[in-house]
Design a protein around this ligand. Structure first.
Ligand SMILES: CC(C)(COP(=O)(O)OP(=O)(O)OC[C@H]1O[C@@H](n2cnc3c(N)ncnc32)[C@H](O)[C@@H]1OP(=O)(O)O)[C@@H](O)C(=O)NCCC(=O)NCCS
Length: 174
């Protein structure tokens, strides 16, 4: 089957998408101006880079799982699931962070990727998840609202949203 005909899925980081991951993340970082030193490691030894991101990693002081959203050999984006919150994350950061690389934006991928991330959250045993999004980040706001986000105030310039996973079960199975 043509790769592009395959519905994208959330999977653990995989060497199968090497070329599109490196190209997509490089272009994204060039466009945003964010530092991309970590990509040098990925270029040098992609296998080791992928291995270091699989499984549960301790980041932000909590256990985290990294997922890549892929269709065949095409890398579309990343979703990070933090298994619990610290007081800091409970204010800003939340349980889930994500991005979609530029060529794949505005095609509904982030909306569907978050829905799949909510299914993973539920599998982990979470009843609700917190997401935070910079005020004015219209695309991300829409992604969160489309997945049932309920606004719960603003902290340090970020809007906070809870998504009830017991309600999500009926409407957003992924
Ligand atoms: C936010 C982000 C993940 C959205 O990815 P995406 O795949 O383009 O999102 P979708 O295609 O699912 O679009 C979601 C909604 O935002 C809208 N949208 C997307 N890009 C937009 C833009 N640049 N301006 C205005 N609206 C936009 C879409 O039309 C869609 O609206 P709808 O549901 O009313 O039709 C992506 O822009 C991104 O990676 N940004 C940088 C990282 C980031 O902000 N991450 C989120 C941190 S909270």
């Amino acid at each position: 089957m043509d790769d592009l005909a395959r519905p994208p899925r959330l999977v653990p980081p995989t060497t199968a998408v090497r070329e599109s991951f490196l190209a997509g993340e490089r272009d994204d970082h060039l466009a945003s101006g964010d530092p991309a030193d970590w990509l040098d490691d990925a270029h040098r030894d992609f296998e080791a880079f992928v291995a270091s991101r699989r499984g549960v990693q301790e980041r932000w002081g909590v256990p985290c799982t990294t997922f890549w959203y892929v269709s065949g050999e095409h890398y579309i984006g990343t979703l990070i699931l933090r298994h619990r919150l610290t007081p800091e994350l409970a204010e800003v950061g939340g349980h889930i962070g994500y991005h979609v690389v530029l060529p794949w934006r505005r095609q509904g991928h982030a909306t569907r990727m978050l829905a799949a991330g909510l299914a993973e959250s539920r599998r982990l045993g979470l009843d609700r998840v917190l997401l935070t999004c910079a005020a004015g980040n219209e695309p991300s706001l829409r992604v969160i609202l489309a997945n049932g986000g309920v606004h719960d105030g603003r902290a340090r310039g970020e809007d906070r949203f809870w998504i009830d996973l017991t309600a999500v079960h009926a409407t957003h199975s992924a």
